[in-house]
Design a binder for this molecule. Structure first.
Ligand SMILES: [Zn+2]
Length: 362
């Protein structure tokens, strides 16, 4: 098919869902839609949609999920669509099961927010048994007035300069860990992990194991954007997932992993990690989860865009020009309009799926 790779990017949630469902129908397989309570900007209903392909009794399974962070959904959805429309149109090998999950956070996708309807950052909220939704790093508390001003965005508040001063004082590693590692005490703040299981978690919990069928080995690729260098792919997973299977898959796919000792490492350790929860739900089977992160703009610009969007969401009139500007900048920070970025990231994402399948078939 001679469609340019950037053409797979959806304009918005509604278009993405339509395209995903149309591709599902053509492929066959089992489709499921799980509605959430919140609605979209035009009152439309919002769902997490899912397609399972292949044999329930297959030994191996590939999971490809998009939009855990709503704003980051366009690339994940584009990779899913491109892959479905091309490579998957042939039959699925008998020993393979494929699970495609579209928009784990449909509210964030539709409203151009990273978090869901309750301001919960879903990748800080999936606590495992025995963990609590409580606490905030002391440095986050200190930075709260800078990160989460209680006013509409706009005006000159010298955020970039102030952020540079903070970075100079504490260093990138400490600041990144304190800001992005997750907090549970500032409900309108960035990287808030909520006070309990999110709606998405409640929807997924009863189904997760059954979606995997009877598979004994799983590779799960969860697509994200906004971390790392422009257009570059970094595969990340929590250190606690370290198993032989995970290591083998990581080596094949080129996992960079956590390297918190390195000042310029893109990673940090977050609480409430989705991948850890997924592997725990899967029980005693071999589960290799990777967060596939595609880089966009430098960290301070991405943070600035997130901050302005969060201010707009909580403190602006949606009809105000500043609200729309903040939404546009936030989308650009996580889904750049650049044709070359879109082409290369979609192609890289599809290649990653193919490599994962090749690893499972080995
Ligand atoms: Zn993300």
């Amino acid at each position: 098919m001679s469609v340019p790779a950037d053409a797979w990017f959806p304009r918005d949630y509604a278009e993405s869902r339509r395209e995903f469902l149309a591709a599902c129908k053509e492929l066959g397989g089992e489709m499921e839609s799980h509605a959430i309570d919140a609605v979209g900007p035009d009152g439309e209903s919002l769902t997490i949609d899912l397609l399972t392909l292949g044999n329930r009794g297959a030994n191996d399974c590939l999971v490809l999920s998009s939009g855990l962070h709503g704003l980051e959904a366009p690339l994940g959805a584009a990779i899913q669509l491109h892959w479905m429309r091309n490579a998957l149109s042939q039959s699925v090998p008998p020993n393979l099961r494929i699970v495609l999950i579209h928009a784990l956070n449909p509210y964030g996708f539709a409203h151009r927010r990273r978090c869901e309807a309750e301001n919960i950052d879903l990748n800080r909220s999936f606590m495992r048994r025995g963990e609590e939704h409580r606490g905030a790093p002391p440095l986050y508390e200190k930075l709260d007035p800078l990160l989460n001003p209680e006013s509409p965005p706009g005006g000159f508040d010298f955020f970039t300069l102030r952020a540079a001063a903070i970075l100079a004082r504490y260093g990138m590693t400490k600041v990144k860990q304190a800001i992005a590692g997750g907090q549970y005490e500032f409900p309108r703040g960035l990287f808030y992990g909520g006070k309990g299981a999110s709606e998405t978690q409640q929807l997924l919990t009863p189904h997760w194991k059954s979606w995997l069928g009877e598979s004994r080995r799983v590779i799960h690729l969860d697509v994200h954007t906004g971390l790392g260098r422009w257009g570059e792919l970094t595969l990340l997973s929590a250190p606690a997932m370290d198993t032989a299977w995970h290591r083998q898959v990581g080596e094949t796919l080129g996992e960079t992993g956590y390297d918190r000792e390195k000042e310029n490492s893109v990673a940090y350790q977050a609480r409430g990690d989705f991948g850890l929860w997924c592997s725990q739900q899967a029980g005693d089977i071999d589960y290799a989860y990777f967060c596939a992160e595609f880089g966009t703009y430098p960290a301070v610009r991405v943070l600035k865009a997130l901050r302005a969007e969060n201010q707009a969401h909580h403190w602006s009139d949606p009809k105000a020009a500043a609200f729309q500007t903040a939404k546009r900048s936030a989308l650009e920070a996580f889904s750049p309009a650049s044709k070359s970025w879109r082409q290369s990231t979609v192609a890289r994402g599809v290649d990653l799926c193919k490599s994962a399948i090749a690893r499972l078939e080995k």
